[in-house]
Design a protein around this ligand. Structure first.
Ligand SMILES: C[S@@+](CC[C@H](N)C(=O)[O-])C[C@H]1O[C@@H](n2cnc3c(N)ncnc32)[C@H](O)[C@@H]1O
Length: 283
C-alpha cells in the first residue's frame, strides 16, 4: 500500500461530500486498488500523483466517484425479498389498487439494474392482464444508469442468480452479452438521484427497494434518507432494505413485519403526520 494519508483523506472527503459514502481509515487498500487503473489510464506513475491531478481537474473526479461507489449486485439478490414481493406485498396491493390498476415501484440505488429488472420480470408474471407498472431505477452513478438503459449483461453477470427459464423468456443474445427485452425495458425508467441530498419531485411509490446502500452511510444520513423515503411511500406501501440494514432505532415512523427471513418495513404514520414545517427543501 503506497497511498499517502493526505491523498486518502482528499479522496474520502470527496466521496463523502458527493455521495455520503464513508471511506474510513483502514480502507486505504480499497481506494488504492480502485484508483490504480484510473491512474494508469491518466498516465500517472502512482495513485498519489493521480490524486494530485484531481485537485486541478474536476472532470476526472466523476471517474473517481464511479470507481468508488460499490456496485455489487445480482439477479433476485438474496431471493427472500423477491419471495416477499410476490407473496406478501403484491396480493394486498392488487386488491387496494384495483381502481387504478397500476403499481409504482422504486429501485433506489439500482446499480446496473438487476434489481429493477428482477422486479419487472416478477411483475410481468404476476400482474393481472390490463394492469400496468412503472419501476423507477435511480442511482448516483451515471455509468450505472447508462448500463440500466442499455440492459446488457455479460455471461458472468447472468450466472449470478438468473434462472434459465427467465433468461430464455426475457433475454436475447447480442454478441457476447445478453440484452433484456423491450417489454421489460419499457417498464423501467431511470433517473439520476443522490439519496443523500433532498429528493426531486417524486411520485408516491407502492413499494421501495432501498437495498444494500444505507450500510455505506453514517447514522444521520441513514435517518435523513429513511425520513425522506417515508414521505414518498404510500401509507399502505412497503419498504425493503438489505439483509444487514434496518429502520430499528433509526426512524420511529416505520413498523416491521417478518416474512420468513425478511423484515418488511411499513409506514406507521402517514407522510402528512410526519411532515415538519421546517422541511421546505424537497422530500
Ligand atoms: C451495493 S449497490 C446496491 C445495488 C442494489 N440495490 C442491490 O441491492 O443489489 C449500491 C449502489 O448505491 C449507489 N449509491 C452510493 N451512494 C449513493 C447515493 N448517495 N445516492 C444514490 N445511490 C448511491 C452506488 O452507485 C451503487 O450502485
Amino acid at each position: 500500500m503506497t497511498i499517502t494519508q493526505t491523498s486518502f483523506a482528499f479522496v474520502s472527503d470527496l466521496v463523502r461530500r458527493e455521495t455520503a459514502m464513508l471511506y474510513d481509515p483502514g480502507k486505504e487498500y480499497l481506494v488504492e486498488a480502485r484508483l490504480l487503473p484510473l491512474a494508469r489510464e491518466a498516465g500517472c506513475p502512482d495513485v498519489d500523483s493521480y490524486v494530485a491531478k484531481l485537485v486541478t481537474n474536476p472532470a476526472e473526479r466523476d471517474k473517481v466517484l464511479d470507481a468508488l461507489t460499490i456496485n455489487e449486485t445480482s439477479w433476485f439478490r438474496d431471493n427472500a425479498p423477491y419471495q416477499a414481493f410476490t407473496d406478501m406485498m403484491l396480493p394486498p396491493l392488487l386488491a387496494a389498487r384495483s381502481h387504478v390498476r397500476h403499481l409504482s415501484i422504486w429501485s433506489a440505488a439500482c446499480s446496473s439494474g438487476q434489481e429493477a429488472y428482477s422486479l419487472a420480470m416478477l411483475l410481468d408474471q404476476h400482474l393481472p392482464s390490463g394492469w400496468t407498472a412503472q419501476i423507477l431505477a435511480s442511482d448516483v452513478s451515471s455509468t450505472m444508469l447508462d448500463r440500466v438503459r442499455a440492459g446488457r449483461y455479460s455471461q458472468v453477470e447472468m450466472n449470478r442468480g438468473m434462472p434459465a427459464t427467465s433468461l430464455v423468456k426475457y433475454f436475447s443474445r447480442t454478441g457476447s452479452e445478453w440484452e433484456v427485452c423491450d417489454d421489460l425495458k419499457k417498464m423501467v425508467r431511470t433517473q439520476s438521484l443522490n439519496l443523500s441530498t433532498p429528493f426531486p419531485l417524486l411520485p408516491t411509490f407502492d413499494i421501495v427497494f432501498l437495498r444494500n446502500v444505507l450500510i455505506y452511510f453514517d447514522l444521520d444520513t441513514k435517518r435523513d434518507i429513511l425520513r425522506r423515503v417515508h414521505r414518498v411511500v404510500a401509507s399502505d406501501g412497503f419498504l425493503l432494505l438489505g439483509t444487514s440494514e434496518t429502520t430499528l432505532d433509526l426512524d420511529e415512523h416505520w413498523g416491521r413485519e417478518a416474512h420468513g427471513r425478511v423484515q418488511v418495513h411499513r409506514p406507521t404514520t402517514t407522510a402528512a403526520e410526519q411532515w415538519q414545517p421546517t422541511a421546505m427543501t424537497g422530500a
